[in-house]
Structure formats: structure tokens, C-alpha cells
Design a protein around this ligand. Structure first.
Ligand code: ACO
Length: 326
């Protein structure tokens, strides 16, 4: 089977920074509480008139520039998002239009914080089977528009951003070595958005009950996240006959620092093997792994031949890993 490799990375973060100190001004919270519980100091907020597809397009342009690929060469666009411009059409279609990638098929993947790894798997398979030669995989979110700014339990955690990669067939050792995807729908109520879909269609009462906003039972999510992130990381290592010590970098979904530290401890990883930027961006859901990957790549942290592991967990529940030879 043809292997798929990442030939370009890109990311985009909106300009506006909202710090914990800013939050103190309208919420019963403190920088000390947020930072000690989550490791987050600030997050980005999209400007009025800036939509998820715009963030995605900025990130895509940067990845395409690095890859040396034009819009006309893209065969497929897959966007992992739970905060698309609209419930439908797919944000990937809007991205296709804005890029002028007229030859590309386009669809979204809804797997919450695992969205990018799920999307990567979908894009990889199109390359593996020879259906596509250039695939754009994007994670893009504007979570600040679905959090409840009156709920201090959740609104302090999330931020906006986008990251992208370009996939192409590999003719050498480099490439995506494996992906492992999982889900457990019995836990959907621990982390979800109740309105407005077919179960709770749009209504003034629903708005009054704050149904369009994200709801989460943080403690429960925390426990399952740590267990699932370490299990699916180990699954990738075992499937490829390597150990945690062989990893150059773990690039986990940036949920919060305590989840990442607990996962790294379970895996026996050293601090320098775990990439973290949650302090600056908060949790950007499906966008967090490709943003972190692009930052690590542009900082020169990845060399040819390095093993990099993506590790994600999110609403659904969904969880997933991808092992990449750089
Ligand atoms: N500021 C001040 N106090 C707060 C805040 C806040 N922003 N939020 C909650 N509190 C209060 C609570 O009301 C509670 O007060 P009480 O004891 O008087 O009732 C107290 O702090 C403790 O609340 P807990 O929920 O027990 O706090 P905990 O230490 O568990 O931390 C947190 C909460 C950070 C949400 C934690 O559970 C967590 O990290 N969960 C993981 C969830 C997550 O990251 N989800 C993201 C999506 S899934 C993913 O990406 C993996």
C-alpha cells in the first residue's frame, strides 16, 4: 500500500488575546485558579466577521506554501471541526471555494477534540488507495462562540485557532505509520452541545435554557481522558514495535496541562518529549494538534526520521492516535 506523508504544515491564531486577568473582570474566577487547574494563561478569540473557514484558509495557505502545492493540485479537503461556519454545508466546502481548489472533494469530520486525527486518517486512506495525491487536512475551531460566558466551569478552558497539513504519497521511510481510532457513544452527555439539532430544535425556550452552549462534567472527562490518551498511545507504540523512549515528540491534544502531565507520566515520557502550548491558546479542540505540530515543525524540533505521536481525546467520547515517521 502507498504510504501517506506530511509535506507541509501551517497554522493560524486570531490576533485578539483574552488573558485570565481579562476574564477576572466579568467572571467570578482568578488567574491563579485557572492556571493552577489547567495551565492556561490566555487564549485567542476570533474577530467579528472572522469565521471558522477563514481560520482554516489561513492555516491551509501556510501549509500549502511550505509544501509547494497550489490550490489546483488539491484532490481532497477534510476539515475536523465542531464549530463550522454553519451546521451545513460542510466548512470544507467553504474552504474549497475560498482557496479556489476547484478539483477538490470536500467534507467535514465531527469528532470533537479528536477531529484532526480522525480527519488525518480519512485523508491518509485516500492517498493509500491511490484515489488522491494531494490532500489538505485541517483542524479549525471557533469555540469562543459556543461556550457559555456565564459558566466559569467551562468558558475559561477554550480558545480559537486552526492548523493544517498537506498529505502526499511517500516514496521513502517517512510517512504515517499507523492510526488508531476509538469511540464510546455511551458517554455523550459528559461533553456536548444540546441545541440546536433534531433533538432540541431552535426555540426561544431553548435559548433561555442556554441549550446552544457547550456543557461538560469536567471531573468525569478528566479521568477518562487520561486513561484513554495513554491507552491509545500505547496501542500505537505496540502496533509498530517501538517504545515511548523511541519517540522524539508526543503531540497531544492540548486539553489542559494536568491531563497532559498525567498522560506523559503514565507513558513514562520525559518533559522534553511532550509538546505543550496550552498556556498560550487554551483548548482549541480539533485545531490543537495541527497548531502544535506546526509550531514544533517551524521551531525545528522535528528532524528527518524522528518518530512523532499524535494523541487525542474528546466529546463523543472519541479518542485516537497517529504515529508518524518524519
Ligand atoms: N474559577 C474559579 N473557580 C472555579 C472555576 C473557575 N473558572 N471553575 C470552577 N470553579 C470552582 C467550582 O465551582 C468548584 O467550586 P465548589 O467547590 O465551591 O463547588 C471548585 O472550583 C472545584 O471545581 P472542580 O470542577 O472540582 O475543579 P477541578 O479541580 O476538577 O477542575 C477542570 C475543573 C479544570 C474543568 C477539570 O475538571 C478538568 O481539567 N477537566 C478536564 C476537562 C477538559 O479539559 N475538557 C476539555 C474538553 S475534553 C478534552 O479536551 C480532553
Amino acid at each position: 500500500m502507498i504510504k501517506a506523508r506530511i509535506i507541509g504544515t501551517g497554522s493560524y491564531l486570531p490576533e485578539k488575546i483574552l488573558t485570565n486577568i481579562d476574564l477576572e473582570k466579568f467572571l467570578d474566577t482568578s488567574d491563579e485558579w485557572i492556571f493552577s487547574r489547567t495551565g492556561i494563561r490566555e487564549r485567542r478569540v476570533a474577530a467579528a466577521g472572522e469565521y471558522t473557514s477563514d481560520l482554516a484558509v489561513h492555516a491551509a495557505h501556510r501549509a500549502m506554501e511550505m509544501a509547494g502545492v497550489t490550490a489546483a493540485e488539491i484532490d481532497l479537503i477534510v476539515v475536523g471541526t465542531i464549530t463550522g461556519d454553519f451546521p451545513w454545508p460542510a466548512t470544507a466546502c467553504l474552504v474549497q471555494h475560498k482557496l479556489g481548489a476547484t478539483q477538490a472533494a470536500a467534507f467535514d469530520i465531527s469528532a470533537a477534540c479528536s477531529g484532526f486525527v480522525y480527519a488525518l486518517d480519512a485523508g491518509m486512506r485516500q492517498i493509500q488507495t491511490g484515489v488522491a495525491r494531494r490532500v489538505l487536512v485541517i483542524g479549525a475551531e471557533i469555540l469562543t462562540r459556543i461556550v457559555d460566558w456565564q459558566d466559569r466551569n467551562t468558558c475559561v478552558l477554550f480558545g480559537d485557532g486552526a492548523g493544517a497539513v498537506v498529505l502526499a504519497p511517500s516514496d521513502g521511510e517517512a510517512g504515517i505509520l499507523s492510526t488508531h481510532l476509538h469511540a464510546d457513544g455511551s458517554c455523550w452527555e459528559l461533553l456536548y452541545q444540546a441545541g440546536f439539532g433534531s433533538r432540541n430544535p431552535a426555540s426561544p425556550e431553548g435559548l433561555e435554557a442556554r441549550l446552544p452552549f457547550l456543557k461538560m462534567q469536567g471531573n468525569e472527562v478528566f479521568k477518562v481522558a487520561v486513561r484513554s490518551l495513554s491507552e491509545v498511545a500505547n496501542e500505537a507504540l505496540e502496533a509498530n514495535g517501538v517504545t515511548a523512549a523511541d519517540l522524539r515528540l508526543l503531540i497531544p491534544h492540548q486539553a489542559n496541562r494536568r491531563i497532559l502531565e498525567a498522560t506523559a507520566k503514565r507513558l513514562g515520557l520525559a518533559d522534553e518529549q511532550v509538546f505543550m502550548n496550552v498556556e498560550r491558546y487554551g483548548n482549541t479542540s480539533g485545531a490543537s494538534i495541527p497548531i502544535a505540530l506546526d509550531e514544533a515543525n517551524r521551531a525545528g524540533l522535528l528532524r528527518e526520521g524522528d518518530l512523532v505521536l499524535f494523541d487525542a481525546f474528546g466529546g463523543g467520547f472519541t479518542w485516537a492516535s497517529a504515529l508518524v515517521r518524519w
